[in-house]
Ligand binder design. Structure first.
Ligand code: MN
Length: 438
């Protein structure tokens, strides 16, 4: 880790100095964040660190800490370590990162202020609630744009964390599949997943989607039934893991093999997903990958006989594919599961527009080396969208009996985390993590 981490820090220092100079600031302060409490209650919500803070440090459970970045200086970490017998406070600073920071330990949040004084203009990145007297986050837009734009391209150190996050999740996906095949409930499958990756719910980068049968057609299905259905036909599981604050975001759809029709759909989606992954290359407009996904959806719909008599072009143009694939093909991934900066045409914050008629796409940039994106095509049988399609002239082209049979399986989504390389084919860090288990 150490050489890669040192290079990562040098790159962040370079980016920060450049952004400070270009936005008219002399130094950069970054607040780690604060714990927030439920209304009229003394219980905190799960702490969410400022992603700018964990970009520098593998510290994800450290509220009230601060970073100070100055040109030509070692970064200063003001490290909050309260004397607290109710909770486990952050342990003494330890690990390879320690040598790279000037560390000042404080025991009261307000003590940070005296260690954050600089001559000149201070840019302060943080949530409003993290403010201390004389240290109010100002979040300069021009500076944030510069940093957010560059954050899409990961350093080699970051790629190592993200590979590890896929390696952490892959065996858990296989454990979930085993539980599904044994007839487990959604809740039991979720627990099998957590046990296999050694996470608690608090550690997950996002709430797991564990959907049996028709639940797979609910895009953000948010419950986990404690009781298994009478018959488990399909499992759609969208679940990741975290390593040093970096996320993986992986979806698999499994079947029990009881339906040749659904298994044919799974195989067709697997083929198209791999085709889409291969489109992740330097210089490609990510919007074109999304549009390619619609053409591929049309191909699958025709091949399976779900729709007959309409060309692939017509299925896309007349929005039939949007009935079955109603979300974006993917997004940036990193410190956040939907990493910021997906809609920037350049580092000044000029927006890069979504293709007309595709409001749910979360990434509209041209791909560059080091970008990590998800590729997650889906094909679902969503009752409310299907009934709308049925009421249109295009509805006559649909084999509704087949749709009814397939709807019992909910839908298919397959999602990998993919790195755009400087040359040639992409690196599929998720598939490599699964392959390493064989
Ligand atoms: Mn995703």
């Amino acid at each position: 880790m150490s050489t890669l981490y040192a290079r990562h820090l040098a790159e962040l220092q370079r980016r920060s100095e450049d952004a400070l100079a270009r936005s008219g600031y002399d130094a950069l302060a970054i607040a780690s964040g604060i714990e927030k409490y439920a209304f009229l209650d003394d219980r905190p919500y799960l702490f969410q660190p400022n992603p700018h803070f964990k970009h520098w440090l593998p510290l994800t459970a450290h509220p009230h800490s601060w970073l100070l970045i100055r040109p030509g200086h070692k970064p200063r970490l003001v490290y909050y370590q309260p004397d607290d017998y109710w909770h486990v406070p952050p342990s003494d600073p330890s690990g390879e990162w320690v040598a790279h920071f000037e560390i000042i330990v404080i025991s009261e949040p307000a003590q940070a202020r005296q260690h954050m004084q600089v001559d000149g203009r201070l840019a302060i990145i943080g949530e409003t609630d993290a403010a201390l007297e004389g240290l109010q986050p100002n979040n300069p837009e021009a500076l944030l744009n510069l940093l957010h734009y560059q954050r899409a391209c990961k350093t080699e150190h970051e790629l190592e964390q993200m590979r590890a996050a896929s390696r952490r999740a892959a065996p858990a996906h296989l454990a979930a599949r085993q539980a599904f095949l044994a007839g487990a409930s959604e809740l039991e499958i979720h627990r099998a997943y957590l046990a296999a990756c050694g996470h608690t719910d608090r550690d997950l980068p996002y709430t797991n989607i564990v959907a049996l049968n028709e639940h797979g057609a609910v895009l953000h299905y948010q419950y986990q039934d404690a009781v298994a259905p009478a018959e488990s036909r399909a499992l759609l599981i969208d679940a990741g893991a975290q390593v040093n604050g970096y996320a993986s975001d992986i979806t698999r759809t499994w079947s029990t093999g009881g339906s040749a029709e659904f298994d044919a759909l799974l195989a067709a989606m697997e083929r198209e997903q791999l085709g889409l992954v291969d489109e992740v290359r330097k210089g490609v407009d990510y919007r074109d990958i999304h549009l390619s996904a619609h053409r591929r959806t049309a191909r699958v719909l025709r091949e399976l006989g779900i729709v007959q008599g309409l060309s692939e072009e017509a299925l896309v143009a007349e929005r039939v594919t949007a009935t079955f694939f109603p979300h974006g093909i993917g997004h940036l991934l990193g410190l956040q599961v939907h990493d910021i900066g997906g809609f920037m045409a350049d580092d000044s914050g000029t927006p890069s527009l979504k293709p007309e008629g595709h409001p749910y796409l979360r990434l509209t940039r041209t791909l560059a080396p080091g970008m990590v994106v998800t590729i997650e095509p889906g094909l679902y049988f969503i009752p409310t969208l299907l009934s709308k399609l049925r009421a249109t002239p295009q509805g006559a082209a649909v084999n509704w009996q087949l749709v009814e049979r397939l709807a019992r399986f909910g839908g298919v989504r397959i999602e990998d985390d993919v790195v755009c390389r400087a040359e040639g084919a992409p690196e599929n860090i998720t598939r490599e993590a699964f392959a390493a288990l064989d």
